[in-house]
Design a protein around this ligand. Structure first.
Ligand SMILES: Cc1cc2nc3c(=O)[nH]c(=O)nc-3n(C[C@H](O)[C@H](O)[C@H](O)COP(=O)(O)OP(=O)(O)OC[C@H]3O[C@@H](n4cnc5c(N)ncnc54)[C@H](O)[C@@H]3O)c2cc1C
Length: 553
């Protein structure tokens, strides 16, 4: 455990030396003692300590100092470490000022100079103060801290990125958490430049871009090899499974993910149908386990990196990223899954991440405590999200166009929803407009039977209305169906032009695309079963075919 600090400030060299000596003699085993003759220097040190998640138990300051009076210094120090105890060193003539400070800045003690013998005049009081401080002290979070506005899209993106990459952080809402202000003061960052990310070493980034943040927290950014056996695009369940099996089987494996590993599954609050987990597990937990497993086997993961194209050169595959970098490999597995369908309502985009969310139930649910929350869509994901958010929200209202959710959601979910008193299903309704200044404030619902419109206050709107394949970037290098799903295996053979693009003696492997050595698995694959187990199975299967392909070349 890091030792707390005692900070002493006194411009008088002799007094400073004496108090520092006495305090060190008695407390050096349990506290780090730092002494300076400059109040400004002390304030800079205090800010640095806050950013580094250090803590201060006690400030001792002389009252009469040229840079600022002791009371002013203690008042500023208390803004950053409000729990620390405050001691003012005074001459007899300053007693009145000290007594006033007891009320004004909650001064804990004033110490008259000189304090000899310390055993009688110094230590008993300091012992009391430090005991009291120890009793109420709670260690600060030592990892990454994010300070921002709860409903800001930028804050939301940072939280989602870190949680998806399994990096723990502490969230501090600047409007409701008093500690947030301590970080703003310590970093000299104002509210216009939020979100603020404070790193473990005390350095900070104001309103960072994800690639910059990724670099600072040590996420791998460039490939270490010139050639890989298999390059996997997309880190959802299919991509993660492929990466585990690929690296486990000794293939040089690299995974490229545009945001955070875990894919759609990472936003699932509770997966109940995954083999071997009878009590269910969250998508975040499944991702954490898969990431640990694949990193253990030696997969390289590059994130955040977005693939924009695949080129072929002498049978090798060159994968191009939007940042201009390229990675070479013998095979590629496309596991880019599906992306949420946007709800087409004028002005809705403005609130994405600021009250409107696509599949972020597990991250944002806590922020919905005591609120009325709307969920659009009646499929399994929407129902799962409703169940999760209902633990925090006052009321969850599922809005669907149909007359019932019976045809769209699994029966066990419908049963759970019916048993949960604060979830309501509003049928034959749709959201037609949204309002708010910077964050979502109101929605308008239209009843399709009566055409009646109702404006309602809404703090959060979660949207689950289907998805389309993440292949817009894929141009025409592999064959896709009209919706964009990648066609593979026996479905390729059914294509009229099969013989024009397939020139090998053998037939395409089950997950192989129209280009030999490029595979697709998971939700992105045409005719895939969809779901986590299927995606995992297909990811593993793709590696089997990768091996077979590698034996051929
Ligand atoms: C809220 C929710 C709850 C769900 N609950 C369940 C459940 O309980 N049980 C169940 O079986 N299924 C569930 N599903 C469905 C399940 O999560 C998906 O079927 C599964 O995640 C599909 O996995 P995938 O790997 O094919 O694709 P995805 O999970 O979609 O992952 C694709 C990945 O590719 C990345 N990517 C996309 N394009 C690029 C690019 N150009 N460059 C780099 N990376 C890219 C994406 O960022 C993403 O991480 C749920 C889905 C949601 C949304």
């Amino acid at each position: 455990m890091k030792l707390p600090f005692i900070i002493i400030v006194d411009d008088d060299e002799h007094v400073l030396r004496a108090i520092q000596r006495d305090i060190r003699n008695k407390y050096h085993k349990d506290y780090r003692v730092s002494a300076t003759d400059s109040a400004n220097e002390a304030l800079e040190l205090i800010k640095e300590l806050k950013l580094k998640s250090e803590t201060v138990a006690l400030f001792i300051s002389d009252q009469r100092m040229p840079e600022m009076e002791g009371i002013a210094f203690l008042e500023k120090a208390k803004e950053i470490f409000p729990e620390a105890k405050l001691v003012l060193l005074t001459a007899y003539s300053d007693i009145e000022v000290a007594i006033k400070a007891i009320n004004e800045i909650k001064l804990n003690y004033y110490l008259l100079k000189p304090w000899n013998p310390p055993e009688e005049k110094l230590y008993p009081s300091v012992d009391d103060l430090l005991d009291e401080w120890q009793a109420q002290y709670k260690p600060d979070h030592e990892g990454i801290r994010i300070v921002g506005f709860q409903w800001s899209p930028k804050s939301h993106a940072l939280k989602e990125f870190l949680s998806g990459n399994l990096i723990p952080y502490k969230w501090l809402d600047v409007e409701s958490n008093s500690e947030a202000e301590q970080y703003l003061v310590s970093s000299n960052v104002n509210r216009d430049s939020l979100p603020l990310v404070v790193l473990k070493d005390g350095t900070y980034l104001s309103d960072p871009l994800l690639p910059d943040l990724a670099q600072r927290i040590g996420l791998q950014h460039t490939a270490s090899q010139t050639m890989y056996d298999v390059l996997i695009i997309g880190g959802g369940p299919a991509g993660l499974a492929a990466s585990v099996y690929g690296s486990c089987e000794g293939l040089k494996t690299i995974l490229i993910e545009k945001s955070n590993p875990g894919g759609q599954a990472s936003s699932s609050a509770r997966i109940e149908n995954y083999l071997g987990f009878p009590n269910g597990l969250s998508g975040a937990e499944l991702t954490r386990r898969a990431m640990t497993q694949t990193l253990r086997f030696g997969t390289e993961i590059l994130t955040p990196k977005t693939v924009k194209n695949i080129r072929l050169q002498d049978g090798y595959k060159i994968t191009e990223m939007t940042d201009g970098s390229e990675v070479h490999s013998k095979t590629v597995i496309i596991s880019t899954g599906i992306a949420y369908t946007k709800l087409e309502i004028p002005g809705l985009d403005k609130f994405t991440g600021a009250g409107v969310y696509y599949g972020s139930a597990s991250i944002e649910a806590h922020a919905c405590r005591g609120e009325i929350v709307y969920i659009i869509g009646g499929g399994n994901s929407a129902c799962q999200a409703a169940m999760h958010i209902s633990k925090f929200a006052k009321e969850v209202i599922i809005v669907i166009r149909r007359e019932s959710i019976k045809k769209t959601a699994a029966s066990y979910l419908i049963e759970n929803i019916n048993k949960t008193p604060n979830i309501k299903v509003l049928t034959s309704n749709e959201v037609v407009s949204v309002e708010g200044d910077n964050v979502l404030e109101k929605i308008t619902l239209k009843n399709s039977l009566t055409s009646e419109e109702t404006v309602l206050p809404a703090k959060a709107l979660f949207i689950y209305i289907g998805a389309k394949p993440g292949t817009a970037w894929l141009n025409n290098i592999v064959l896709k169906d009209e919706k964009g799903f990648v066609i593979t295996g026996s479905d390729l053979i059914k294509e009229k032009k099969f013989n024009t693009f397939w020139k090998l003696e053998r037939k395409p492997f089950m997950t192989e695309t129209s280009v030999p050595g490029i595979f697709a698995s998971g939700d992105v694959r045409y005719s895939a079963l969809t779901g986590i187990s299927s995606a995992v199975g297909e990811g593993a299967m793709a590696i089997r075919f990768v091996r077979k392909y590698l034996e051929e070349i």
